[in-house]
Design a protein around this ligand. Structure first.
Ligand SMILES: CC(C)(COP(=O)(O)OP(=O)(O)OC[C@H]1O[C@@H](n2cnc3c(N)ncnc32)[C@H](O)[C@@H]1OP(=O)(O)O)[C@@H](O)C(=O)NCCC(=O)NCCSC(=O)/C=C/CCCCCCCCCCCCC(=O)O
Ligand code: FAD
Length: 648
């Protein structure tokens, strides 16, 4: 019973082999799309997708190998065009900042290279408006990997150690430094700048290096987030402590990590759209010799893909909520809030995104590989895009902070609450993500109590287990750290020896619990339409149980679970949920899959005409039917076997 306007916003899919599954779905995919995104966002997505589809600059080149140079040029032209489209007015952004988030992800669904190039220009121009001298002390201190710097950036935001004329060290600060002439693109005197070479993915985007030798920049070019310097060279800062200034200087990294969390989640959407549509139409083997069934009917295929589908829904919700948290933080910064709450928000967001980036980028990396294999040989064909998705997702695990290093930031934050727990001092965090620790002592006594598989079919079961897991890992990490220190290890060594199985696991369990808590609350909200709630609850339960199943050893080790049944119930519940969700799977990807032009994968097309789509693409290759240019080497210049064999 959707109003007519919804129908025009979300046109029906073409008829074809996927209809069989679409008819079996327990819910209406359009109603779900409207619930998750709302009319405004769907309109924005349509606007962006159709602009790209109708623009000749964005046309795909099937069967054509672009050189890196050409791809970089095309990426730059596309980036310029994105500025020309200017998809969002300032007013729209102010009214709903979430639109920026959706705009970025829509462009990224097409190709991450122009998207990230655009974003780096857009954010650096938008968010940053002495007479300092910039120097690179040695080769190891060179700036390396910098996005857009390889070929074309004219200005860079450079993080550098600040020394004032009195010789005092003032900590890390950021400066706007011109690196190339804006008319000629030649380097500014004193700057050595260049391209770092081919990468595993995202090759449309140029990444560069730079070294500075006595490069003078105007005094105004200090980006005075944490401090400023007067004309007389005197340093001033509202933040007195160097360490706090360091945090403030790094604070801006939280926005990058939040965006990367969403970029990775979007890669999950792309990979799953392809793999699930493929699995629903690709038939192999069957109960009888003359009946082949779609590979989606196999338990293994369901178990390999559907938990990632559930993860996509849970992480999609989490990303939006994290972006809202970040918006609140930036509103505080813009209105120059100096309250304790503002500082606490900064710390909590830092802890959240330092773990959500690892969780989401790793999940997407594993999913992309699983989807690639789940599509068999066709998954390995470059035109089907799973390799590109996997390789373009890969650096999400590294940039804006290596995942393993970042997890330490989250566990540090969690460990910092131990003194409140020990001293029984009341505490809470602005977004409530650590409030679970208020019941730490009580939760540590909890046990797994489900008596049947059916009992486990709601996300409240894995959620309770996660709360225990977080408290348990916090206790164990804290004990381990104390033991290390007591045995005479330095702070550095002690901390280092507490990472594997302790702090690292703690940070992962914490973020999984937080994602699940938010998604559980959302899916169990009485305002969710009753037509959609059952499938959403199944997704929440599957995400929770599947994630939890990776921690089974610790649940037993710490005494939360005992006996054979607990593990068996969890495993059987996962399989049962996969089975229940398999008929909804196609409709669930229809909700988030971009149009065919954007998805750009013959096996992932919405019509499900697998073979027609592959053949259509194969035959478009300009040289598909040609004999090779080196055909004479095969037919005429035949090798004389053994001609070069040593006679000695
Ligand atoms: C902090 C480190 C991990 C470790 O340093 P260390 O010296 O050990 O410091 P600590 O003692 O642990 O911490 C000191 C205190 O500071 C607090 N802290 C640290 N970070 C933050 C933060 N972000 N916010 C708030 N507070 C912070 C910390 O909690 C401590 O406080 P306390 O003592 O506990 O109270 C450090 O090594 C580190 O951060 N390393 C990672 C470095 C990094 O991330 N580099 C990024 C380089 S830029 C990059 O990679 C760019 C890639 C471009 C690709 C982008 C693609 C996606 C699109 C995104 C678009 C976003 C655009 C953003 C623009 C841009 O980045 O240029
Ligand atoms: C595609 C791409 C684009 C980038 N763009 C930019 C950009 O625009 N601007 C910019 O400034 N930077 C950029 N970077 C650099 C990026 O920020 C860094 O690569 C990233 O922060 C990781 O640092 P690193 O490379 O020095 O790794 P390293 O710190 O050398 O890490 C190497 C390994 O050692 C491990 N390790 C390091 N320290 C510890 C520790 N304390 N405990 C345990 N293990 C540890 C890490 O887990 C990692 O596996 C980009 C990188 C990539 C790949």
């Amino acid at each position: 019973n959707l109003p007519f306007s919804w129908e025009s916003l979300l046109p029906d899919f073409p008829k074809g082999p996927l209809c069989k599954y679409r008819k079996k779905a327990s819910f209406n995919w359009k109603e779900m799309a409207v619930l998750l995104d709302g009319k405004d966002i769907i309109q924005l997505k349509n606007r962006i997708f159709s602009a790209l589809e109708s623009d000749p600059l964005f046309v795909h080149h099937p069967g054509e190998e672009l050189s890196r140079e050409k791809y970089q040029e095309l990426t730059f032209l596309r980036c310029k065009r994105l500025f020309e489209y200017d998809f969002l007015t300032q007013q729209e952004i102010i009214e709903n900042p979430l639109k920026i988030f959706h705009m970025v992800l829509c462009i990224g669904m097409y190709d991450w290279s122009p998207c990230i190039q655009y974003l780096l220009h857009f954010l650096n121009c938008a968010s940053y408006l002495l007479e300092f001298i910039i120097n690179t002390p040695d080769f190891e201190a060179a700036k390396f990997w910098i996005g857009n710097m390889g070929k074309h950036a004219t200005h860079a935001v450079v993080y550098a150690q600040l020394y004032t004329p009195d010789g005092q060290y003032q900590g890390l600060h950021s400066f706007l430094v011109q690196i190339r002439d804006i008319k000629t693109l030649l380097p500014i005197p004193g700057v050595v700048v260049g391209d770092i070479g081919k990468k595993i993915g995202q090759n449309g985007l140029d990444n560069g290096f730079a070294m500075f030798h006595n490069v003078r920049i105007p005094k105004e070019n200090i980006l005075n987030i944490a401090g400023d310097v007067t004309a007389e060279g005197k340093y001033s800062s509202s933040v007195k402590d160097v360490k706090e200034r360091f945090s403030a200087a790094l604070g801006s990294l939280s926005s990058g990590r939040t965006v990367i969390t969403a970029v990775s989640m979007t890669n999950l959407k792309l990979a799953l759209s392809i793999a699930i549509r493929f699995s629903a139409v690709r038939c192999q083997f069957g109960p009888t010799d003359d009946e082949e069934i779609p590979v989606l009917e196999y338990q293994t295929q369901q178990w390999r893909l559907l938990p990632y589908l559930a993860a996509t829904y849970a992480l999609d919700y989490f990303c939006k909520s994290l972006f809202e948290n970040l918006t609140e933080f930036y509103l505080g910064l813009l209105t120059k809030q100096r309250s304790q709450r503002q500082a606490d928000i900064g710390r909590e967001i830092h802890a959240l995104c330092a773990a959500s980036k690892p969780l989401t980028s790793w999940t997407a990396q594993q999913a992309a590989q699983e989807c690639r294999e789940a599509c068999g040989g066709h998954g390995y064909l470059a035109m089907n895009r799973l390799g590109e998705i996997r390789n373009d997702n890969d650096p999400n695990c590294t940039y804006e902070g290596d995942n393993n290093v970042l997890l330490q930031q989250t566990s540090n934050y969690l460990m910092s609450w131990m003194h409140c727990i020990r001293d029984k001092v009341p505490f809470e965090s602005p977004f409530g993500t650590i409030n679970v620790l208020q019941d730490y002592h009580h939760i540590l006594d909890w046990k797994f109590t489900a008596m049947s598989v059916e009992d486990c079919m709601d996300s409240s079961v894995p959620l309770a287990a996660y709360k225990w897991l977080v408290c348990y890992l916090l206790r164990e990490s804290d004990l381990k750290l104390s033991k290390e220190k007591q045995s005479g290890r330095s702070d550095f060594e002690a901390k280092n020896n507490c990472q594997v199985y302790y702090c690292r696991s703690l940070a992962i369990a914490f973020i999984e619990q937080t994602v699940l808590q938010r998604y559980h609350d959302y899916t169990h909200d009485p305002d969710i339409p009753s037509t959609l709630q059952p499938v959403l609850k199944n997704l929440s339960a599957l995400y929770g149980l599947w994630s939890l199943s990776k921690h089974l050893a610790v649940l037993y080790q710490g005494g939360y679970a005992s006996g054979e049944q607990a593990g068996r119930f969890i495993q059987n519940a996962i399989l049962e949920l996969c089975y229940r969700l398999k008929d909804d799977a196609v409709a669930l990807v229809d909700v988030f899959a971009p149009p065919d032009f954007i998805l750009n994968s013959p096996i992932g097309k919405a019509n499900g005409e697998l073979y027609k789509n592959i053949w259509g693409e194969v035959l478009q290759g300009s040289k598909t039917l040609n004999r090779p240019s080196w055909w004479t080497e095969f037919c005429i210049n035949r090798p004389v076997a053994g001609r070069l064999k040593s006679k000695l």
